[in-house]
Write a protein that binds this ligand. Structure first.
Ligand code: AMP
Ligand code: MG
Length: 329
């Protein structure tokens, strides 16, 4: 079915209260909420393990302290401030950058963290609001976009002179994986982590597999479909609230490294898969690649599925529907 002019985002089918309990099933869950990485983080854990939720929240604080462009002391700011020189970073930052380089290769450069030069030029990495740069400054910033110039050696990173990296397309997914790993280490087998619509469903929820609603933001009360997930991440790129308009044309906050301009035409990309870091980065990559090449990329990867919404169509990889328990698709 075609969904025209509709933007989909994911939301949990549970109470929006800051701390909520799910009752009525075999398991009872409690929620911890925090605002980190510019988004609302919800962690639902079994009531008897409520203490464990803080560990998951701390994982987000840690990743934010390492990878935020807004913090001078972050690994990211130190890497950018020392372009051309080796910088010692946390093993976590090095690992996240390795993932980013892998997705860069897989996507043929559609995903490129050195698009940070463009993100910065358009002021997308500040809290002040965006600016439209001149064509010549876009052209000169684009010259520095090339993830293949990044080197990672153990826990040291070196980017090329003039380059600037941005981990906004992958850091949330990485933080989710870290949070899940920490929960598992504490013996938690069932939990839901929701970082502003990027989600990991660990084990089961109150009534079996976790249920994740696909919401139509033009009609926020309307749930367009429901996914049933267990031990899977689901990440979405493209979000109704994050776009810019230049001369009446609507652009996303995701850049096409080939043009230096934000992508237009794609509305939303959702990726389901086993590793959140990958799902997050891949969703951004597919957003840039567009439906045809995006589907090809996801179909080439084991365990990953996607739903791509454009301005005129909705496309699915073959296995995506296996996760849909209901929907108008
Ligand atoms: P997401 O919401 O996960 O798709 O991430 C979007 C963010 O990724 C943007 O706000 C930028 O910080 C960053 N970004 C933009 N374009 C790219 C790109 N082509 N490759 C990698 N990261 C990007
Ligand atoms: Mg992403």
């Amino acid at each position: 079915m075609k969904i025209t002019d509709k933007f989909l985002i994911l939301m949990m089918l549970s109470s929006p209260l800051l701390t909520s309990c799910h009752r009525g099933g075999k398991r009872r869950f409690v929620r911890r909420t925090a605002f980190i990485m510019g988004t609302v983080i919800n962690v639902d854990v079994p009531a008897e393990s409520a203490w464990a939720a803080d560990t998951a929240i701390e994982a987000f604080r840690l990743v934010d302290s390492l990878m935020s462009p807004l913090k001078d002391s972050s690994d990211l700011s130190r890497i950018n401030g020392n372009a051309g020189r080796w910088v010692r970073v946390s093993p976590l930052t090095a690992e996240c950058i390795r993932y980013a380089l892998q997705i860069g290769e897989l996507s043929g450069g559609a995903f490129d963290i050195t698009a940070g030069a463009l993100v910065h030029l358009w002021h997308f990495d500040t809290e002040k609001g965006w600016v439209e740069p001149s064509k010549s400054s876009i052209d000169s910033a684009s010259k520095f976009v090339d993830f293949r110039k990044i080197e990672v050696n153990d826990d040291s990173v070196r980017i090329g002179r003039g380059q600037r990296i941005d981990l906004g397309g992958i850091a949330k997914g990485y933080a989710i994986d870290l949070a899940v790993e920490r929960l598992k280490r504490l013996g938690i087998r069932n939990a839901l982590i929701d970082a502003g619509g990027d989600i990991y469903a660990l084990g089961n929820g109150p009534h079996g597999k976790w249920r994740i609603g696909i919401r139509d933001p033009f009609n926020r009360g309307n749930i367009m479909g429901i996914l049933a997930l267990s031990d899977k991440s689901v990440c979405t790129s493209g979000d109704y609230e994050r776009f810019i308009k230049v001369n009446g044309v609507r652009y996303s906050h995701i850049f096409d490294p080939r043009t230096g301009w934000p992508v237009r035409g794609v509305v939303s990309v959702t990726v389901i898969g086993p590793i959140s870091t990958m799902s997050d980065g891949l969703a951004t990559a597919v957003f840039v690649l567009g439906p045809k090449k995006g589907l090809k990329l996801i179909n080439s990867l084991d365990g990953y599925e996607t739903m791509i919404v454009t301005e005129s169509d909705t496309l699915f990889s073959p296995g995506f529907r296996n996760y849909l328990v209901s929907g108008e698709f």
